[in-house]
Structure formats: structure tokens, C-alpha cells
Write a protein that binds this ligand. Structure first.
Ligand SMILES: C[S@@+](CC[C@H](N)C(=O)[O-])C[C@H]1O[C@@H](n2cnc3c(N)ncnc32)[C@H](O)[C@@H]1O
Length: 157
């Protein structure tokens, strides 16, 4: 199985990229993990919130395959402990799935079309984080999930 994290726009902080890369590289020991960054929309100032979400949604949807299992990272989604998230990942792997896709929305969140396509929504907290910070938090939690599955001493209960 491949796990892909789809995000919108480059991070504007080098420090964040450096930290994300640490977990991305560590993940390669456990799973094929890809980070796809969809370029920021051009002339975004001419778009209202809904138009921006729709256009971002179209770009995200165009990269999806019918067989993908698509999970939106959304503050109103289901919450997990790190242990239960690791079990959730294991269950998805057990289904023989080819691609598990996690998506982080843009500054205004997701379009209706993307909500309709999604198979599930998960929340990292009830608090709202910037879409750039979520990349780091999620990548670290995914790495943590694999260390839990392998009984490695990274996670302390
Ligand atoms: C600034 S937030 C957008 C907030 C917007 N009010 C909304 O309705 O989603 C940008 C993106 O970061 C992600 N995000 C922010 N906080 C999150 C959280 N607590 N759990 C999961 N994802 C989160 C989501 O993917 C969201 O679309």
C-alpha cells in the first residue's frame, strides 16, 4: 500500500519543511509514503472563499483514482488516540488497498465535492491548526503509528 498526503501550497517556513522531511524519511522504513504539494492557485485575490475551495477541490479530485480510500483531515472528523490510529492504519492495510490518501485542505477548508468524494474524516484536535502545521503534526503521528505497530520504543503510553 502507498500512503499519500495531499496538501495545498508550499510551506513558507524552511524550518517546517526540515521537520516534515525528518518524519517523511523515517516513514520510508515502514511504508511507501508520498507527499504531494498542489501549487497555490494563481490570482487567488480575485476569488471568493467558495471559488477558492472549489478550484482547490478540482485539483485534488483530478489526482484521485476510483479505488483510492480518501480521508480528509478535518477538525470535525473522528478523533483517535495514537494507539487507535495505528490500529486504524493496520485495518486499512489489511483490506489490500492500493492507495490510502489523506488530504489537508487549504486556508478555508474543503469544497462540497471533496466532502462528497471522501470516505472518511479524521481530526487531530478540536482546535484549528494552520494547514502548514497540520502537515508536520500528521506526518509525525503517522510515523508514531508505524512505530506502535512495530513495537518500537518511540511511543510511550
Ligand atoms: C486553516 S484550516 C481550515 C479551517 C476551516 N475553517 C475549515 O472549515 O476547515 C486548513 C486545513 O488544515 C487542516 N486542519 C486544521 N486543523 C485541523 C485539525 N484540528 N484536525 C485535522 N485537520 C485540521 C484541515 O485539513 C483544514 O482544511
Amino acid at each position: 500500500m502507498t500512503i499519500k498526503l495531499v496538501c495545498i501550497g508550499k510551506t513558507d517556513k524552511k524550518e517546517l519543511d526540515t521537520l516534515i522531511k525528518i518524519y517523511k524519511d523515517r516513514l520510508q522504513h515502514y511504508i511507501k509514503f508520498e507527499l504531494e504539494i498542489i501549487p497555490d492557485l494563481k490570482k487567488v485575490k480575485n476569488l471568493d472563499e467558495n471559488q477558492q475551495k472549489t478550484k482547490e477541490g478540482e485539483l485534488i479530485l483530478s489526482g484521485l483514482q476510483n479505488s483510492d480510500f480518501v480521508i480528509l483531515l478535518d477538525e470535525n472528523g473522528k478523533q483517535f488516540s495514537s494507539e487507535s490510529f495505528s490500529e486504524y492504519i493496520q485495518k486499512r492495510m489489511n483490506t489490500g488497498l492500493k492507495r490510502l490518501i489523506f488530504v489537508i485542505g487549504g486556508p478555508y477548508g474543503f469544497s462540497e465535492e471533496l466532502y462528497n468524494r471522501a470516505d472518511s474524516k479524521i481530526s487531530l484536535s478540536k482546535m484549528t491548526f494552520s494547514h502548514q502545521m497540520v502537515r508536520l503534526f500528521f506526518t509525525e503521528q503517522l510515523y508514531r503509528a508505524f512505530t506502535i505497530l512495530k513495537n518500537e520504543p518511540y511511543h510511550h503510553r
